[in-house]
Write a protein that binds this ligand. Structure first.
Ligand SMILES: Nc1nc2c(ncn2[C@@H]2O[C@H](COP(=O)(O)OP(=O)(O)OP(=O)(O)O)[C@@H](O)[C@H]2O)c(=O)[nH]1
Length: 558
């Protein structure tokens, strides 16, 4: 992993781990606090609805009792019930009609009452204000119950016919001597509780539902719920969940299929379930907003941290990369490297030291190059000296041997002959003897100079020793060599001696041969040219003796 990546990963982790850890802890605490608060509020809401319902039921029971009391004084009712309770049960149609009319007239004065029905001691309907009264089933021993507790409240339930929730209260009708003649069953419309389910000002946020034994929604603090929920049945699974955990906070799908949080209370006395709930969104929207804000903040912080880490790593890595590139150039031999240093930190110091090191290397390289150049020049000079005669500047004898060997090899390959001239100054000893060695040296140097000026660039001239010189004319036959020899002789006729400041007459004897196939070695060749020179000397000096080439033997044809 590169340094840059390491810095960025470290920065992000160093920010993310504590931030997310603290965030999760804080959100968990918040969540627990919200749950606790919402549970408390929902319990208060349910309790309020329960209390209000109980109160309303008590009020209605009182109303029923008052009704029963007032009705029991009615002559029509007493007579009707008395007859009904006789074994023959022969209440006349007229009496029943009168009783029904009486109940209807009473009912007209009561707003929340749906039905007024009179039953006999066995629970049989004697008369009612409606044509088809609800079949209210009283317990078998209701007269005993009624004699003990007075009125009997029958469990509330949803009624499809009236399209409302109903509650029936059975109140005993007593004779003058407190004998139970029958009962007055008053059926109330429970919508009267509706407004009391929730205190619009004091109650905490939320809605309340009142459900009957079968799970039908009878009443809701929000009427809209009843209007939109046609089935009126709450999901049985939700009901089971809430009933299994009474008073406990649960999350479930509410009556309008929206996500809600709520709890339930079971009223054993009335067989009613009270559910208090709130929309999940209203509970958690603030929490979710906070969570989104937190996530946003974390994102911004991570973005900023990443940007800073990138900048920091760039400040470290970029100069390092430049240093690596510069080092690679140096490794490849390019010392013209200068890094711009704009930092004052450790990286800046490293760059500065690198530049100093490169400067030093450059200086060393210049010195080494200069030393190498000087050495090369010296080597060249030594090389030149090793092949040059110091007095004349011509090749020395060693070099001459190499040249002749090379020429012989070439001749063997291309069969083109080369010419060899051996030159000797006539009576040179007399120059030494008469004019001194310095003048003698001057003569030797002057002759050498004339020889150099008389030959081509491809030819070679060497001092063979003392006053003797040898010239190699490449790819030249003797007749051409003759011309060169004569030219040289003419050139040296007058040699100016600067030490004596006078012109000297110098003559030369020259022997010439051309290479022959028989010249198998340097010695053979030199012996032949030496012989030619000897002939020139013997013939009187100041002349050229040329050995003619050996004629080629013609092939005999038979
Ligand atoms: N000044 C000088 N003299 C030299 C040098 N080398 C040889 N000599 C002299 O050159 C002379 C050569 O003489 P020779 O070639 O034998 O004879 P010569 O006088 O030239 O007569 P011939 O060759 O027979 O015509 C000797 O006296 C050597 O001492 C040299 O480098 N400088």
């Amino acid at each position: 992993m590169k340094i840059k990546s390491k810095i960025i990963v470290f920065s992000i982790l160093a920010t993310l781990i504590p931030a997310v850890g603290l965030g999760i802890l804080s959100f968990q605490q918040n969540d627990a606090m919200i749950n606790e608060n919402v549970t408390r509020e929902l319990r208060a809401l349910a309790n309020y609805a329960g209390r209000e319902s109980d109160l309303w039921i008590k009020e209605q029971a009182l109303v029923a009792r008052d009704l029963a009391t007032s009705i029991s004084t009615s002559k029509i009712l007493i007579e009707g019930l008395s007859l009904e309770n006789q074994p023959q049960k022969n209440t006349s149609k007229a009496q029943q009609g009168a009783l029904e009319l009486y109940l209807k007239s009473v009912h007209r004065r009561l707003e929340d009452v749906l039905e007024l029905t009179v039953v006999d001691v066995e629970g049989g309907i004697v008369a009612s204000n409606v044509a088809s009264p609800l079949s209210v089933t009283l317990s078998q021993n209701w007269p005993e119950d009624a004699s003990i507790q007075g009125d009997v409240v029958i469990s509330p339930e949803w009624n499809e016919n009236y399209a409302t929730a109903i509650l029936s209260v059975s109140v005993p009708i007593l004779s003058i001597d407190d004998y139970i003649l029958g009962a007055l069953i008053v059926t109330f419309d429970m919508r009267g509780i509706q407004s009391g389910l929730k205190d619009k000002v004091k109650s905490p946020l939320g809605e309340v539902l009142l459900l009957d034994k079968a799970g039908n929604i009878m009443l809701a603090s929000d009427i809209g719920i009843l209007k939109t929920n046609e089935s009126r049945l709450l999901d049985p699974d939700v009901m089971k969940l809430l009933k299994d955990n009474p008073g406990e906070y649960e999350i479930f799908l509410g009556p309008q299929q929206e996500k809600v949080v709520g709890l339930a209370y079971e009223s054993e006395k009335l067989s009613v379930t009270i559910i208090a709930f709130r929309s999940y969104e209203s509970v958690y929207s603030a929490w979710e907003q906070q969570r989104n804000l937190f996530a946003g903040l974390i994102s911004i912080i991570i973005f900023l941290v990443t940007a800073i880490a990138l900048r920091m790593s760039h400040a470290i890595v970029a100069p390092l990369q430049k240093l690596i590139n510069a080092t690679e150039k140096i490794v490849e031999g390019d010392l013209n490297v200068e890094l711009i240093n704009s930092q004052r930190d450790e990286v800046g110091q490293l760059t500065q030291r690198f530049n100093q090191m490169t400067d030093k290397l450059r200086q060393n390289q210049i010195e080494i190059t200069a030393a190498s150049d000087a050495m090369q020049k010296k080597n060249h000079l030594l090389e030149t000296l090793s092949v040059t005669d110091s007095l004349t500047g011509l090749y020395n004898r060693n070099k001459l041997n190499v040249i002749i060997s090379d020429q012989l090899a070439r001749y063997e390959r291309n069969k083109r002959p080369f010419a060899v001239l051996m030159i000797d100054v006539d009576h040179f000893k007399t120059f030494n003897d008469n004019l001194g060695h310095v003048a003698g040296d001057e003569v030797i140097a002057a002759v050498a100079k004339k020889i150099s000026q008389s030959i081509r660039n491809v030819d070679f001239a060497a001092r063979y020793g003392g006053d003797e010189f040898i010239i190699i004319l490449t790819e030249t036959a003797v007749n051409e060599a003759m011309k060169t020899a004569e030219r040289i002789r003419a050139q040296v006729a007058n040699v100016h001696c600067s030490s004596l400041n006078k012109t000297l007459r110098v003559t030369l004897s020259i022997g010439i041969i051309q290479s022959e196939p028989e010249d198998i070695s340097l010695t053979t060749l030199l012996a032949r040219v030496d012989s030619a020179l000897y002939q020139a000397k013997r013939s009187g000096r100041n002349q050229v003796h040329c050995v003619a080439p050996i004629p080629k033997v013609k092939q005999q044809h038979s």
